[in-house]
Design a protein. Structure first.
Length: 98
């Protein structure tokens, strides 16, 4: 499983448990929490991982909130570049700069 997708899934799960908007939870801090607890989850029993560590991970992920920032955009490489599709065709960028 892709760890980025796993992190997003954990954010949604944590947000659902705490009744908050998943967009208000820090993805960077969620990733860090996952990286920190992963070795423990691998080394422990299934009962301890699911009964203790997993709920603890979700609580810690949900505790890292970010302020609401309307219009926030996480730019991708090339978001502001006109793409040359060949044969004289161009595609406008996804995000225009001003």
């Amino acid at each position: 499983m892709n760890l980025g997708l796993l992190t997003r899934w954990l954010i949604v799960e944590a947000a659902e448990r705490k009744g908050v908007d998943p967009l208000r939870i820090s993805s960077k801090r969620a990733w860090e929490e996952l990286q920190e607890i992963m070795p423990l989850m691998v080394a422990t029993s299934l009962q301890h991982a699911t009964g203790v560590l997993y709920p603890r991970l979700l609580d810690r992920i949900a505790s890292h909130r970010v302020h609401f920032r309307p219009g926030r955009h996480d730019p991708r490489p090339g978001d502001t570049i006109v793409k040359d599709l060949g044969n004289g065709h161009k595609r406008q960028p996804h995000k225009l700069t001003h």
